[in-house]
Ligand binder design. Structure first.
Ligand code: IPD
Ligand code: CA
Ligand code: CA
Ligand code: CA
Length: 267
């Protein structure tokens, strides 16, 4: 195993166990808002500190981009760890036990290793570039689709960018004609991993951040998914707009997005 994946897993498990333990003492969770509908808790910050300390102990010179601390420049700017300490904070705040820790390592702009850990189910999703994706060490693969018939698609609502609601729900209602159903699980990182494990057939969301996407994207691709932005390109880490599925699934979802989305989101 890549030594950095080893450290990523150690950090994700430590942070995940801290988050799960914190949920047992719900009265000690302090929730504030970073912006409209955008929650953060002391536990998000504590989990992030655990991860950063674990990385720094082995790799003091690497750079880090973490949701709650922002960019931490290291001497070695070629290696960048991208961290979401708690993906699914809204679920966590409500006591809804579906959330994850997401850690990816990018070297010269290419994601090399990734892990997403769900501490409530003790499920660890991992991937190493070129070496496939695993759930608890067992190989996972994306289901190949013919079309959207019978599919379940995961998505996230644009709750922080409600100016895009109209366009988004037009896309949803058009897709709803073709697919069987939708899931809005509340953790984009797990949505991408669930796609990788064929628990859902496709995923799309707009307005995501690099830490929501980085680890899940490699895990999905290593499981055989195609991942694109809303224009069918590869700029999703910049635009935050992601479509992921098997090749035919992506084609169908992109067509619907193109036909129903307004110009502001077609990137
Ligand atoms: C959020 C989750 C959610 C997605 C949001 C993200 P957070 O991340 O991934 O599923 O819909 O767009 O911001 O803030 O809970 O880490
Ligand atoms: Ca957040
Ligand atoms: Ca997130
Ligand atoms: Ca988060």
């Amino acid at each position: 195993m890549h030594p950095m994946l080893n450290i990523a897993i150690r950090a994700a498990r430590k942070a995940g166990n801290h988050i799960a333990k914190s949920l047992e003492n719900a009265e000690k969770i302090e929730s504030t808002q970073k912006g409209t509908n955008d929650f953060v808790t002391n536990v998000d910050k504590e989990a992030e500190t655990i991860i950063i300390d674990t990385i720094k102990a082995s790799y003091p010179d690497h750079s880090i981009v973490a949701e709650e601390n922002g960019v931490i420049e290291g001497k070695d700017s070629d290696v960048q760890w991208i961290i979401d300490p708690l993906d699914g904070t809204t679920n966590f705040v409500k006591g809804l036990p579906h959330f994850s820790v997401s850690i990816a390592v990018r070297i010269k702009g290419k994601t090399e290793v990734a892990c997403v850990y769900d501490p409530m189910l003790n499920e660890l999703f991992t991937a190493q570039r070129g070496a496939g994706a695993q759930l608890n060490n067992a190989r996972i693969r994306v289901k190949q689709l013919k079309d959207l018939q019978g599919t379940v698609l995961a998505t996230g609502f644009p709750y922080k960018q409600k100016q895009h609601s109209e366009s988004y729900f037009k896309i949803m209602s058009s897709l709803f004609v073709d697919c069987a159903d939708f899931r809005r699980t509340g953790s984009a990182a797990l949505d991408l991993c669930y796609l990788a494990a064929s628990r859902v057939d496709g995923f799309f969301e707009l307005g995501l951040k690099p830490w929501d996407i980085a680890a899940g994207e490699l895990i999905a691709r290593e499981a055989g998914a195609i991942v694109t932005d809303f224009a069918g390109g590869t700029e999703y880490m910049k635009s935050g707009n992601v479509v992921a599925s098997s090749a035919r699934g992506v084609k169908s979802i992109l067509k619907t997005i193109r036909e129903n989305g307004n110009e502001a989101i077609l990137k």
